[in-house]
Design a protein around this ligand. Structure first.
Ligand SMILES: [Zn+2]
Length: 447
């Protein structure tokens, strides 16, 4: 007796990114409701399952949805606003003033739709965010049908979203209570960084994370300046300082981790801290190059983040994989470093694991949510085909993505978003850009 399912997805190559890193040629996936029921050869799947919705294509590959483990999604509206500047000047003289002028729930909601559109069309199905008004971000993300871990930003100084520590924490706690248990949105707490949050704030954030059993998202050792500043203030290296506060464990996702000593790498490995490597942002802001090869050797789970679009300037995990894999070969003078298989693992299964979503997503396996990408291999830059991992990491572009499924729902079909009107999302972005670019608020403006 054939079992009826909602979708059967059939492709020339299926990369489940399971423990054994299986490659299934002529593979298929049975999806029922939000979940993957079974993955295997198409012969086996079609013998067992029937569906009215068969998604199929010649010369296609299906792999798990990519995971962007560090971004500030709404910053897509500041894409290109202030380029070619060092991080502190960029942040203090350009980004923070622009945020103080423009951020509101309406801004966040419109901007996040654009960010989700860009990410989904590039095969990203989950993102880890740190920003403000995350309620608005959650609504927009859910509407578009993407998965996200959303971190309510905490700082020791006032911003538009809150003026005191108590207010930041009250906002964060009510956001966590409102969204905990949602099928797509995981709320989290996001103390910004060690130089913007004092020890009491960090301990309090840790306590909130423990109380509500949610992840923690923080920037760590992004610039040389920051490390010097923390050493001056606390006479310890940043990772040692966080460890002394009892802050570090598997719950923590640390973005950047550029300036680390070997003993700090050891602590990150021992405590199971996840790292988001944001190579394109680090290169653009000239922050430095993270010791990714040493971290991987020490057993640290390193994953990929784009950071905000104002410092990248896109949200493209395919290109983060390619840039990182090439750059770390040159940087370590070892062409075998960060091979294509490892890069895809970092962008999929490990990404899910460091966000605490290892059982929900990150691989195409029985019982996982159906979060997957189908890409067209019949392209000049993907021809001929010898090694599927190599093609995805070194040659694939967002425009090759044809179908994206999140939680069993087709959100991109034929390269187009199905859940909202793409032209309306772009139109709203252009209207905001007009307002922002003609405003006299900014001393260095108009941009
Ligand atoms: Zn960041």
């Amino acid at each position: 007796m054939m079992q009826s399912v909602d979708y059967i997805i059939h492709a020339d190559y299926v990369l489940p990114m399971d423990e054994r890193l299986t490659v299934i040629k002529d593979g298929a996936i049975a999806v029922k409701g939000t979940q993957i029921l079974e993955v295997g050869t198409s012969e086996g799947i079609f013998r067992k399952y029937a569906s009215r919705a068969i998604i199929s294509g010649r010369e296609n590959v299906v792999f798990p949805g990519l995971i962007n483990t560090h971004t500030h999604a709404a910053m897509v509206y500041f894409r290109g606003i202030a380029d070619d500047l060092p991080l502190r000047e960029w942040l203090e003289n350009h980004v923070w003033p622009a945020e103080n002028r423009w951020l509101s729930p309406g801004f966040i909601s419109d901007a996040v739709e654009l960010a989700c559109l860009e990410m989904l069309k590039g095969g990203v199905t989950t993102y880890n965010d740190m920003y403000f008004y995350e309620d608005a971000a959650a609504e927009a993300t859910k509407k578009v049908g993407m998965r996200a871990v959303l971190g309510a930003g905490i700082l020791d100084f006032p911003t538009k979203s809150a003026s005191t520590a108590d207010e930041y924490f009250a906002n964060a706690e009510s956001f966590i209570k409102d969204w905990k248990g949602d099928n797509l949105i995981t709320p989290c707490i996001a103390p910004h960084a060690l130089y913007t949050c004092g020890p009491e704030t960090l301990k309090r954030a840790r306590h909130v994370a423990d109380t509500y059993d949610v992840p923690i998202h923080i920037h760590l050792s992004e610039t040389r300046w920051e490390v010097e500043e923390i050493r001056k203030r606390y006479s310890m290296m940043p990772v040692e300082y966080l460890d002394s506060l009892g802050f570090l464990d598997e719950r923590v996702l640390a973005a950047h981790c550029v300036w680390l000593t070997d003993p700090e790498i050891k602590i990150l490995a021992q405590k199971g801290v996840g790292v988001s490597h944001c190579i394109e942002s680090n290169l653009k802001l000239s922050s430095g190059i993270a010791p990714v090869v040493s971290m991987l050797k020490a057993g640290v789970k390193v994953t990929f983040g784009t950071d905000g679009a104002a410092s990248n300037n896109d949200l493209n995990i395919l290109s983060e994989m390619s840039t990182a894999a090439k750059l770390h070969k040159a940087y370590s003078e070892d062409p075998t470093a960060l091979d294509a298989k490892t890069a895809l693992l970092m962008a999929t299964r490990w990404g899910a694991e460091v966000l605490g979503l290892g059982r929900a997503t990150g691989s195409i396996e029985e019982g996982r949510a159906a979060d997957l990408v189908m890409a067209n291999l019949n392209k000049p830059h993907l021809t001929p085909m010898y090694n599927i991992y190599s093609h995805i990491v070194y040659s694939m572009r967002p425009s090759d993505v044809e179908m994206v499924m999140v939680d069993g729902r087709v959100v991109v079909n034929d390269g187009k978003l199905t859940t909202a009107d793409e032209s309306e999302i772009l139109y709203k972005a252009k209207e905001w850009c007009k307002k922002i670019s003609t405003s006299p608020f900014f001393p260095q403006g108009p941009y």
